[in-house]
Write a protein of this length. Structure first.
Lengths: 157, 157, 157, 157, 157, 157, 157, 157, 157, 157, 157, 157
């Protein structure tokens, strides 16, 4: 990550996350994806960073987005939804690009079906936040923004 | 399923089912997908119900179709093909929408490779019909139409 | 199945199915076994086919019944109940006789305990219907009757 | 268990327990099944409760007995013998009836072959007593009698 | 086995073996069970030993037969059929009685489905013969008769 | 157990059992640990036997207690709580001392998470009682007291 | 969590975390535990909340601390260290108390040995943050403080 | 493969292979996908065979391409990338078409993560070449061209 | 096996069988390998068949012997000793040659360590005899001689 | 591989490959090992490289050959036959020597028994070619010769 | 280990080792822990090295001792007893400190229960000695003293 | 081991150990096998004991050596190399002979590939020393010589 990258964070949402607020609210809550995206855009803008948001039900489109954003953005905040558990293609894309990725899950996946306990993308992400609801996205954003500030201060010297 | 839904059944076919009649006929038989779709459309029309049919080799397109149809249709008849065995994204889509889904397999998957013995979408469907060839689709249709009649009679009162 | 067989369908119910309507109704519903049997007998009679019905809590008695019916009947409709998951003896009996067997489960076994996800008789049956309640028996009956009509028309020529 | 049930306890012994006292006495001891049954009958009589006893080498007969006794008796004391480890049919029968079942093993099954460490009926019983020899039956009886007294006192008010 | 036992060998056949000669002849051949039993009876008679033969589709009946014969007979020749793979009750019966048991399989079970590779009764038998067709029964008989001769000669001294 | 041991029973409770009555009462009930201990002390006193009681959240302290009590006491009644499932150190301690140990569980562990189905201390205990609530402790006590009476009567002669 | 709890957060560190800054810095970094604790105390103080901090190499001591704090504190921030992977006792303690717990890992455990991929305490925590270094503690603190504010605002009305 | 097929070879590259030369060069080397494609096209042209090349990050697009090319082309050279390990849909497509497929991997997948050791498409391909870098594609091409020459010579006669 | 083969049976013993009579006699008995070989040679001579005998501790030498004898001999009697459990090379050799092989084990391998329960050569042998001591070799010999007589009588016609 | 090595390629064939052309031709084809060896020798001679060929049924002899050739030869082409699946000794030998090894399989091992899907030598080879028949050897040879040319050109400069 | 460390060896004994000589002497022998400790102290004194000895039944205390000794001592000789098999906390402590640890087991753990075959601390120790009784401690001591002499001679130059 | 055996120790090295000092020195170090053998011979000579040394890449030759030495030598020091992990033949040979065997590994096998964590010969050896480099052999020698002295002193009396 030594090369200079833009003050940009890519937010990527996987399959069925477009249904947030409407889908199984006892698990996923009532906040919509638009509300989450807007919160991230404004929080970043307040710290002078641009955020792009993207959602797709296609694994291929998400891989494309990671390839598009991952070379220039400083970081990726990704809730891969169901792809978390089997998309080696997404894992490979995340491993290929220099941006730091933070894995987000709205629910605590360890309290759900056993196949949700395993993340194939986890080992190529910097870290993960799970079970903290939509707040998880914002916590990840602030973590990345702090890291960005530290790196820029470092590269100033 | 308490909210009123349309007299509509969505039929969804997964990857490679467009090859039906041409692909491994010793396993899948000689009936084409068009023939199956037509039989479903007329059988439903005879009972005053509309049927939409859809096939795609893209997991994302099938998830989109489930999201499009699953909130308004009364039921979904789905032969997910290979996606049956690994598409958690499709499972999540089926779990998210209120329509009852019936899982269809043309062949008896228990007589084939071991990885075909496990269905990740099965637990979120109402039930399944396997090994009965193209008839499976029609049996599922009649099951759903009977359920629809019962529900409508119930809600008349 | 080239040899001519009688216009007869054998319906076989495994252990504890005599309790239907009384046992765990939230799983198995309120229909009794007698009601299911009567529906099958009349539906078949309307198409000029005889149906025998049988229930036992003894694996040995069920194997005996398969041996008794399986050489002459056109088809077997079997809900093996708990034996589904371990009775290799029943599997061997079904494999030994020429009649086509259709496996029925009232509940969707994939939504229940993991040991119910595996059927030892499935690989020697023609197909299966699960999760569609008592309707599953009737759908299987109609499938077999259609097959019988087709075979008889074929052998007429 | 809210419905009133008789002051009756059903004692059920599985395959090969008729050989007690004669079979592998280094594991099962020298007490015979008749001696155990008599001790249970008298202990219960002393507290004004009737005990029925039953042994069979047939899974089907044991399922029948559970169905016969399980709706009226207050409790079942069952040593399923070898069936403990594979009889889903017995599990289903015990789950179907309202009587509380206590699972008994004369030997400590955890000190024996690995396949004896797993009980398929355990999850549908109230509890279990293992390794305490024939005393286990009596301890279970006293537990059930105490529970019966408490319930009857409760329902008096 | 120090106690004197009768010049008697018990031959026990498990589920579906009554169909021998008629059932899947490409696996089990064309010899019937009666032919096998007769060959065993005459071969033993020629050496002055009585043979009893028994077949049942009921696990319970087979356990009963082992208990009936196992205390007095010199040996048991048992083809447990499907019970081989799951009947702990049969295993317990064979372990309980003093007679030596020889396990027979007509086909080579290692060439068939994986669940047939494991025998739960094998560890409590003296030995096994598999894959040698109906001859396996006769070889087992001669082995037991030779052992009987040696023991009787030994006990003469 | 041939050496004479004191008329003393050691009752040992593992981690979190100090919370009994307060912790997850739908699983563990409303009885407190003090109430259980008092019941055991008086029941034993009535039969002229002393009971010591001990609870700790430290595995080491429980091993110390087993070592302290296990050489002199006649028996140990132990509910190891969570240590049941992984404390090889506790297993080794119980195996090292001559006192008979009875394993107690208040809830039926087979009805809970899968990791609670396995006991590492079970194979070195005499037996176990599970799922019978606080009564399990008293049943174990009476079993041990009966054994103690029998042994003392035996050693009198 | 309906009962009113104190404006207090308990921070609990498991075995070997006292070595932070000194132990394997390529994995755990150079920040010491004191520095982390101080940062948490001041950040909370700024929002008028008290933080207690605790570290021990004893599982028992950590269970004691959870029991001490978990009934009154609003939340628990816990890095259980190695206990994460096997301490059922700690899981039971966390499940027993009403405080919300957030699980923290400094490193991304999915990038390390396979036995570190599984958390036995995860299913009883609200959520988790891993791989984000010492920042993970602060993110968790802010999440809990936000929740506390929301709950207090809610209960004001 | 008895039907005459065109002198055409389809080259298909899976997800992330568009990044070749840029992505993890210590694993995948510095050759780009364009360079590989050009080498294949010219090598085939020199032997009078046409080569089509295709890359996509979408499983559905790759299935489409296999369906498009697999009925007419003589052979398929496929590096399925991450899809190798889970895409049953791709396996089904390859099994459905008559063209011979050769599976290519640039790196030696057995030297990498364990999930890369298993290929779901391998059993329906003719063979595989792994670990030989970009040369693997050319070796596969020459193998197919030799086979094509032999078949055409054979069919001339 | 349609081609005429010599009246010759090859007897092959694997590693450590040269120690028979001296090695672990409580498992393997007191008969030596020479005694077994001599008994086989004379029994075969009495029926006008030649027997060759061979023992080696080298897998390679045993594969060589199977290749040497397997094309001309009528049958192979093989006790592969420890190689039974892992020598795929021996399996391949036995599968490559037309002679029927019978697998022998002196002890009942199912009563010993778990790794001895699995035979890699079993699926390519005609059948097996285990647990019957040195008699197993002679029973196998008589089986093969009977088969030889039948085949020669058949080919006479 | 920085040290200069001879223009020599060692070809090594494992157990039973001496039977090629004679053994199971439906799997291994009709080409003999001599024909393969001669083709390799001439193809290499045409490019001025010497090839040695070796076959043995002894694991030890193959390890010896790897040790003999592996320090001086430029590369090793090895079809380890059955040893592929269990010979850790061969793996260690290949890992010990500097020559690059290419693993060859004539058949597609993924289409055969499951134990053939795993190669213990694969992780220490450069790469593998499977399922392409005897051509696989030649493709490997050309790969190694190209590598040799490149290295020599590189070291000329 | 480049930093100079004291001429000190820490000997650490895990749970239940205080019972040595008294506990299961058929497994652990008759030597007491004091005798072992004294032998180690004198043998080291003879070579001018100090030995500290420590035993505890508390995992936490053993972790503390490793932390106390592991930074200054030259080596650690540790028999972790039961903790060997599950204490990740002890593993982490040993990995954190620079001292070389040698793992000791008095008995041959491979001859005991399967759960004793696995050591979680083994991978972070220098090596292990098992099955050689109390001598194992002394052999480890002499190994460490030899290493200490070599290092000191090396650092003199 | 009651019979008198010679003052002789057999040292046996398995496959590839002839390469010691030349093979992967970062794992196995720079000491050669000759140096190890010479050190063992002189150390033993100093205590008036003869040592034989043997190395082979052939499993069969090692089994022969164990059979040759194991009846007369007092002990065996064996580093079976790769055979450690699969040679049941070697295990059987070691179990067959009366000499005590000590298993040696130069590297700490628990720090290497998972298949090296399991020893099939371990359970039939007296004990093992791993990870202590060539010193392991000498420690084992001294252990055996001490045992020899003790036994001879014992047998003098």
């Amino acid at each position: 990550m030594s090369e200079q990258r833009a003050r940009h964070i890519a937010v990527i949402h996987g399959p069925n996350l477009n249904l947030l607020g409407r889908r199984e609210p006892e698990i996923y809550g009532h906040t919509t994806l638009d509300e989450i995206n807007e919160a991230l855009v404004s929080a970043a803008a307040a710290r002078n960073v641009e955020v792009s948001t993207f959602q797709s039900n296609y694994e291929g489109a998400i891989v494309d987005e990671v390839q598009l954003r991952g070379w220039e953005s400083f970081g990726i905040i990704i809730n891969a939804g169901a792809l978390t558990h089997y998309s080696v293609a997404l894992r490979d894309a995340l491993a290929a690009v220099p941006a730091s990725a933070i894995e987000i899950h709205i629910s605590n996946t360890l309290q759900r079906e056993e196949f949700r306990h395993h993340s194939v993308i986890g080992p190529v992400c910097t870290g993960s936040i799970a079970g903290l609801g939509p707040s998880g996205y914002l916590l990840a954003l602030h973590y990345l923004l702090d890291r960005l500030d530290i790196e820029e201060q470092g590269s100033d010297e």
